[in-house]
Ligand binder design. Structure first.
Ligand code: ADP
Length: 214
């Protein structure tokens, strides 16, 4: 997080210094390059600040739900269609949700939460990934599991991943950009619905996030 915010600042600082001190202003091509670098990095910074501020507000404000009966199968199919357009790597989706599955939830927040889980399944995996979405009725409630065959999560970090700003440490190298806010939001959405979220994961084998609603 700190690193991601500091990098664009350092880059713009360096570009401005170059313009001030190293004669770049007398070279229109160099000037243009440094200005473009500055502009791109300021945009990145602005996007990140926006995201952090939005989530900071969300923490204070109770999440307001508007539950309504929705077809879970159709919602998941819509989400998958948008992921298939934007993902840069081969993703196989396996959906085991009956076509007539009706549940009463806030479709916007649950849709966002599932998007976060699918994004993570895709991001924290190798060159290709299989994402499985499975529905189960249990007692008076129901469960939805989102599972992948990606990099997995070491046992020691499995409870911390739901904390705000927590990311599994990877040393200096962080190939996946993020803030560690997605799963905190997912948990908030599930718990506001009176449900709970659990993770089962093995490093190198994959992860399964199980959402239980009553
Ligand atoms: P972000 O992805 O922005 O870091 P999240 O709150 O969504 O934030 O996830 C927190 C951390 O949990 C991630 O940084 C990653 O280390 C780990 N993680 C989440 N989902 C998965 C997954 N499906 N497979 C492996 N690791 C995961």
């Amino acid at each position: 997080m700190t690193h991601e915010l500091k990098t664009p600042i350092a880059t713009v600082t360096a570009a401005v210094e170059a313009l001030q001190h190293f004669g770049a202003l007398t070279d229109p091509k160099k000037t243009q390059t440094y200005l473009t670098i500055s502009q791109n990095n300021l945009q990145r910074l602005s996007d990140m600040v926006e995201k952090v501020l939005n989530l900071a507000v969300d923490e204070k404000r109770e999440l307001v739900l508007r539950p309504e009966p929705i077809n879970l199968h159709d919602l998941v199919q819509e989400l998958i269609a948008s992921h298939q357009v934007k993902t840069p790597k081969p993703v196989t989706f396996q959906v085991d949700i009956p076509t007539d599955t009706l549940v009463t939830v806030d479709s916007i927040h649950v849709g966002n939460a599932l998007n976060n889980l699918i994004d993570n399944a895709i991001n924290y995996s190798g060159d290709q990934v299989t994402v499985r979405l499975t529905f189960q009725c249990s007692g008076q409630g129901w469960q939805l599991a989102v599972a992948d065959d990606g990099i997995g999560i070491p046992k020691t970090y499995q409870s911390a991943i739901f904390d705000r700003f927590f990311r599994v440490p990877t040393g200096d190298l962080h190939p996946v950009k993020g803030f560690g806010l997605g799963l905190a939001y997912v948990r908030q959405v599930v718990e506001r619905h009176g449900g709970r979220i659990q993770v089962a994961s093995e490093p190198g084998e994959g992860s399964e996030f199980r959402l239980t609603f009553s």
